[in-house]
Ligand binder design. Structure first.
Ligand code: 5AD
Ligand code: SF4
Length: 440
């Protein structure tokens, strides 16, 4: 029996793709090993969102090779966004890579591996964008013993925010057909999945079609997903404020299954910076959206992504971001120092801010966000939370661990039969990175 080893970096889109690769290879009698030394096929799924992530790919490939970590005749495959961005050029830096495939060609991976195996080609590269074809050629996802699952509803992005490489690595926005998505979700819930996480680079602008050609937008899709038997919790990511419609906000009111949190990347609190980023909304419009969300659900948790040190960001512009974070009172959020990316408009903008200043800004911002997130956690003390039990506790495997609707890990005592269920937990203790609770 042939074996494969896979390592995945980057976003949920990559995680989803990796799971589909697992299903695909299993179906072709290549089974997974977590020991790279045993693998006949080694796969690295990569991220290109920032330069650091990209360089990590090359470092990892060289480390595996120089330390002889895999078999001499193993087939080395690189997928994901670095593969898509650099394609054949990867071979110039790492000539021992055999297969280079993109996010849209994972369904062709077995054929590509076989071409190398048969000796027909030493290197095979296919990073093309054959629209949304991959979903028609992948096996139905398996979700044994999983309580939660990602479901890709759209691929790519056509927004061209000026800093972002995604439109170049994942192609233009393409939505998956409605029936295919609903069938996949039904198949997952029949296997016991309780939580569905609808994913895409910009889910709010989902515009799929039914088989008869009728259109369906994201709000409509949410109602269809909520109507599927067994769907107890719905999450979705990532939302673009530009496309967050009143209908989607209404769905938060109508559909109790939608988790009580939303990740809504703002990127900056300064209108000037937002303009240079080509985000197509203002600070005021963003604040208005958060108000509407809180009208629909008064206790909704709002998290965000912020880029610090975008070219030309002045101290005042940065302070506007700080004040927005306070005003919206974001929950746990992500922030990054700007990294210039190939092909993007921003990479040619003048950037005079020293790295040391950017670092100071990000420390300040992260301290504020962490403070606010801790405050939210403290407010959860004594409340009863719906917790999706996803396994045993990392530190003590006699205890269970689960996730609240606002993405906090909770450890508590309970029977292992509860794994995979949504249970009510009273929060009894708030720690730095997790909560403790009691089963109700
Ligand atoms: N530099 C820094 N951060 C970036 N992001 C996207 N592109 C860049 C870049 N060039 C961040 C954004 C996005 C998150 C996924 O990554 O905040 O929301
Ligand atoms: Fe990148 Fe902007 Fe598209 Fe998000 S919306 S993937 S930040 S281009």
């Amino acid at each position: 029996m042939q074996q494969f080893y896979i390592q995945t970096w980057g976003c949920q889109m990559n995680e989803y793709d990796s799971d589909r690769i697992r299903d695909l290879l299993n179906e072709n009698n290549i089974i997974e090993t977590d020991n790279i030394a045993e693998a006949d096929v080694v796969i690295l799924i990569t991220c290109a969102i920032r330069e650091k992530a990209q360089e990590k790919v090359f470092n990892q490939l060289f480390a595996w090779k120089s330390q002889n970590q895999y078999k001499e005749n193993a087939i080395v495959c690189v997928g994901g966004c670095v593969a898509s961005q650099d394609g054949e050029a990867i071979l110039k830096r790492v000539n021992f890579v055999n297969v280079i495939f993109g996010p849209q060609t994972i369904h062709r991976l077995v054929k590509m591996i076989n071409e190398v195996k048969s000796g027909k080609n030493k290197h095979v590269v296919d990073v093309s964008f054959p629209e949304i074809e991959k979903f028609d050629f992948l096996p139905a996802p398996s979700a044994k013993n999983k309580a939660t699952a990602f479901v890709t509803i759209m691929e790519g992005c056509s927004n061209f925010c000026s800093y972002c490489v995604v439109p170049f690595t994942r192609g233009k926005e393409v939505s998956r057909g409605v029936e295919g998505i609903l069938a996949e979700i039904k198949h997952l819930t029949e296997q016991g999945v309780k939580e569905i996480n609808l994913i895409g680079q910009n889910v709010n602008s989902y515009r799929g079609t039914y088989e008869d050609g009728t259109e369906c937008n994201f709000a409509e899709l949410l109602y269809l997903v909520a109507a599927i038997k067994g769907v107890e919790r719905i999450r979705f990511t990532t939302s673009n404020p530009h496309d967050l419609s009143d209908e989607i906000i209404q769905a938060f009111k109508d559909l109790p299954q939608i988790a009580n949190s939303i990740h809504l990347p703002v990127q900056s609190g300064s209108n000037n910076t937002l303009r240079r980023m080509n985000r197509r909304y203002t600070r005021e419009q963003y604040i208005q959206l958060t108000k509407k969300l809180r009208e629909a659900r008064n206790d909704i948790y709002i998290s965000t992504d912020i880029i610090v040190g975008f070219p030309g960001e002045t101290e005042e512009e940065f302070e506007e971001t700080m004040s927005l974070v306070r005003e919206v009172r974001f929950d746990q959020s992500f922030s990054f120092i700007y990294s210039p990316r190939p092909n993007t408009v921003a990479k040619d903008l003048e950037d005079n801010t020293p790295l040391s200043v950017k670092k100071e800004r990000i420390y300040k911002l992260q301290a504020l966000i962490n403070n606010q997130a801790q405050q939210y956690s403290r407010e959860m003390l004594g409340t009863i939370q719906k917790v999706l039990v996803d396994g045993t506790s990392v530190k003590d495997n006699t205890e269970l661990r689960g996730k609240t609707e606002n993405n906090r890990s909770v450890n508590f005592k309970g029977d292992k039969s509860l794994i995979g269920q949504i249970v009510d937990i009273k929060i009894t203790d708030v720690l730095a990175h997790s909560l403790r609770g009691e089963l109700i």
